[in-house]
Design a protein around this ligand. Structure first.
Ligand SMILES: [Zn+2]
Ligand SMILES: [Zn+2]
Length: 192
């Protein structure tokens, strides 16, 4: 890792020149002039002062994505981001509202664009994962001692247990409903 630092153009603080401190431009890979914190503040302020424009921009982006055959919406991404607490699905790095949509089973391996096959990953994970599926990539990371998020992959056995539990609950509810007297009186209070 280099020891290079960079001065933020906005707050004037010096931070190590890393992805954690400075965002990168997708087009050139160059670091941004202002630090992540200032960038976030500026974006939040802009969004608050220009609600309608921001909404309009999302709408346009959405339309463009749809036209390009990208079937997930901004809302889908927002749901995924919330579930992941804005962290990469694989390594757990904070995404700062960015990251890339990742197909857990790649399209090349027959994965689909359906919601359950989509997740968010940081750029390095998405690049490293390549054509691997999510499980294989996690195993690969583990074998190299790389940090991984705890991910619960239900096995067939787990699924059996879950189904059994649901069935038990359903039967219990049925039994309780059967015990209830039919046409239970509804009490009404009249005003005198
Ligand atoms: Zn700053
Ligand atoms: Zn990652």
């Amino acid at each position: 890792m280099s020891n290079e630092t960079k001065q933020c153009s906005t707050c004037g603080n010096f931070f190590p020149l890393t992805r954690e401190n400075y965002g990168q431009r997708a087009s050139t890979g160059g670091f941004r002039a202002r630090c992540r914190m200032c960038d976030r503040e500026a974006k939040a302020r802009y969004a608050e002062e220009n609600r309608e424009q921001v909404r309009e921009k999302w709408r346009r982006q959405n339309d463009r994505r749809k036209a390009a055959g990208q079937p997930w919406s901004e809302e889908d991404v927002a749901v995924i981001r919330t579930k992941l607490r804005d962290r990469c699905f694989y390594c757990g790095e904070t995404l700062f509202g960015g990251g890339e949509i990742d197909h857990m089973t790649s399209l090349a391996q027959g994965g689909t664009n359906e919601f359950h096959n989509l997740t968010l990953a940081c750029m390095p994970c998405n690049r490293a994962k390549g054509g691997l599926d999510a499980r294989a990539y996690i195993e690969w990371r583990r074998s190299r001692g790389e940090p991984c998020r705890d991910i619960f992959w239900p096995t067939q056995e787990d699924l059996g247990d879950i189904r059994q539990a649901v069935e038990t609950l359903r039967l219990a509810l049925e039994r309780r409903a059967a015990k209830q007297p039919e046409g239970a009186k509804i009490l009404t209070f009249k005003r005198r």
